[in-house]
Design a protein around this ligand. Structure first.
Ligand code: NAD
Length: 340
């Protein structure tokens, strides 16, 4: 299979310029955002602020207060942006939408939301509906939803996967990286939307491949993080200064993101969560979720992951301890008994 990795064009800028100089009246676009949690809330805020004042963004979350708070925040913004409305249900939010973005916790939430959206006969829009799911779920659940969209709406609706990395910090700053799984023909349209919430859009191939890339990457990260914690602990116990050890690793073959950016030993990297009692960052619970999804996907694909069992066990055991629970996943260094 051909794998295209495409770096995003400054699509949003191009579009806003096109709008500013266009003399013909433009079509009004309707958007919906489903799932306004830690990530979705910030993503929707960025999207709304970069849409035209003639566009509409409908917001839905089962936690009504999150949608109401966000709509209030959007309305009080001086800068304008799209009209924000709170919807009473996922169907209400999606009914008139040309583009729906979803950012939900687990596969069953995505399946449930789309079962509700597709349950009723949707009125025709002037362009095919585009559903962009940014949730981290397994590729086969995502393909199942894509198939349901396709069998219900035919060529009047498309479902693509665009899981992301960058965390809450990236979501807030609008600097997320999206891994897009979509047919070539939909890439430009999806990019225009995603570029309003992120900086990089990596087109990985057809629908489902964004999630495949996300899960493979996070599987590697899970192992690198444990290995870095073990190696740092080993070196420190052998008498090395952790900063010296990190500086050796980071110009040697062991170099990786956990050693260089998210080093698990407090004080080695000033900005890393280790230096603030492992608060913030990428929660150990989210890493466990991504590992579980990678295992589901690996089983279906017949890919052997011999390190997964031990790695999952380490994170599960670490999360059981109060001093590690809810903290950044680099806290496995603490769980190992590393010197802090
Ligand atoms: P979250 O739990 O903070 O938010 C999820 C939101 O979805 C909640 O507000 C919840 O009320 C809402 N929700 C649940 N079921 C719903 C439904 N049926 N309809 C509408 N709303 C519903 O989660 P999050 O941290 O925002 O993560 C969202 C997704 O992004 C997850 O799949 C996660 O794995 C992924 N992700 C998270 C991060 C991160 O750092 N938090 C980073 C990358 C990817």
């Amino acid at each position: 299979m051909k794998l295209t990795v495409r770096l995003s064009v400054p699509a949003a800028r191009a579009m806003s310029q096109r709008r500013a100089f266009s003399s013909s009246p433009r079509r009004l676009d309707n958007y919906a955002f489903i799932g306004l949690g830690q990530m979705g809330y910030q993503m929707a805020r960025n999207l709304q602020s970069k849409l035209a004042p003639t566009d509409t963004l409908r917001l839905f979350d089962i936690n009504t207060s999150a949608a109401e708070r966000l709509a209030q925040e959007m309305k009080s913004q001086q800068a304008g942006g799209a009209i924000a409305e709170v919807s009473a249900s996922v169907e209400d939010a999606a009914r008139e939408a040309d583009t729906v973005i979803s950012c939900l916790p687990e596969p069953q939430h995505v399946k449930g939301a789309f079962a509700a959206i597709l349950k009723e006969k949707l009125p025709a829009r002037s362009q095919p509906r585009l559903y962009i799911d940014c949730s981290t779920i397994d590729p086969s659940s995502s393909r199942e939803v894509a198939a349901a969209v396709s069998s219900t709406l035919g060529d009047q609706g498309h479902f693509v996967d665009a899981p992301m990395s960058g965390g809450v910090v990236g979501a807030t700053a609008g600097s997320l990286t999206f891994m897009l799984g979509a047919p070539e023909s939909l890439v430009p349209r999806a990019e225009l939307v995603l570029a309003r919430m992120g900086k990089r859009i990596l087109h990985c191939g057809p629908q489902g491949t964004g999630l495949a890339a996300k899960l493979a990457n996070n599987y590697l990260l899970a192992i690198e993080n444990v290995a870095t914690a073990e190696a740092m602990n080993l070196g420190v116990k052998l008498g090395l200064d952790p900063k010296v050890l990190a500086s050796v690793i980071n110009v040697s073959t062991g170099r990786c993101w956990p050693s260089e950016v998210n080093n698990p030993v407090p004080g080695v990297v000033e900005t890393a969560p280790a230096g603030r009692d492992y608060q913030g960052g990428f929660g150990i619970g989210l890493m466990r979720k991504d590992l579980r999804l990678a295992l589901v996907a690996a089983k279906e694909a017949g890919a052997s992951l011999p390190l997964s069992e031990k790695t999952s066990e380490i994170y599960a055991d670490a999360e059981k301890e109060e001093r590690c629970k809810g903290r950044d996943f680099s806290v496995v260094y603490r769980w190992l008994g590393g010197k802090e």
